[in-house]
Design a protein. Sequence first.
Length: 149
Amino acid sequence: MKETCNIIACGNEVKNFDLSTLKGDVMVINGAITLYPNAKYFIALDAVVFKRYEKWLKDFKGIKFNDRRMTGTKQIPQYPQVNLTGYSAIRTAQELGYKTINLIGFDAKGTGDAFGFNELTEAAHELMIDACKDMKLNFLTKSAINGTL
């Protein structure tokens, strides 16, 4: 079993972190590729995201995941009950065998201005959290990351 996977999303809370201090592997979601271009994994569900961030993905050395058959990506299952990239990232990290999954920027407070994505509604955020209740997840905030990593 692998030790730690840090999943970076695009919520506003991610701006409060020094991402260079992360220990373990890193998976970035959608526009978070611009914050951590040397991640081990990139995941996006929409082809438009791959197009939008092709400048960063062109030289990306890690593994790219998508829930469709896109050239150059590894296909992951579709989760129709929670069709959110964050949820797919969490499940993918789990299926890759990570013991600990740290979530950064999963605060449901993102804005299109910051990273080019739509704000995750509180209802969708709660649905995702509820769907993950069987998993050990660490939601890292600025105080938590400074105190535990």
